[in-house]
Design a protein around this ligand. Structure first.
Ligand code: CU
Length: 89
């Protein structure tokens, strides 16, 4: 599932015109092959290595990320997870 959201820094007040607002894709990626905390760590490390990706939450079987589509795409995110030894569903 993909949806467009506006990513605002926590400190921003509603109506802020700080210019820090970017359009980020929020997505939960389903991942096969994860079984323990080491897998979670490996996936998280792989995701954090990508520019333009913010890791929201990683658990066994899925990773929730926000990414800047101007910087990185879903295929690159999937490739990083697969390079770490997992399968993106
Ligand atoms: Cu593991």
């Amino acid at each position: 599932m993909r949806r467009m959201v506006l990513c605002r820094r926590r400190s921003d007040k509603a109506g802020s015109t700080s210019g820090e607002v970017k359009a980020m894709h929020e997505e939960t990626i389903e991942i096969e092959g994860m079984s323990c905390s080491h897998c979670i760590q490996a996936v998280e490390t792989a995701l954090r290595s990508l520019a333009g990706v913010e890791v929201r939450r990683v658990e066994i079987g899925r990773a929730a990320v926000a990414y800047d589509p101007a910087t990185v795409n879903r295929a690159q995110i999937a490739a990083a997870v697969e390079d770490a030894g997992f399968q993106v569903v």
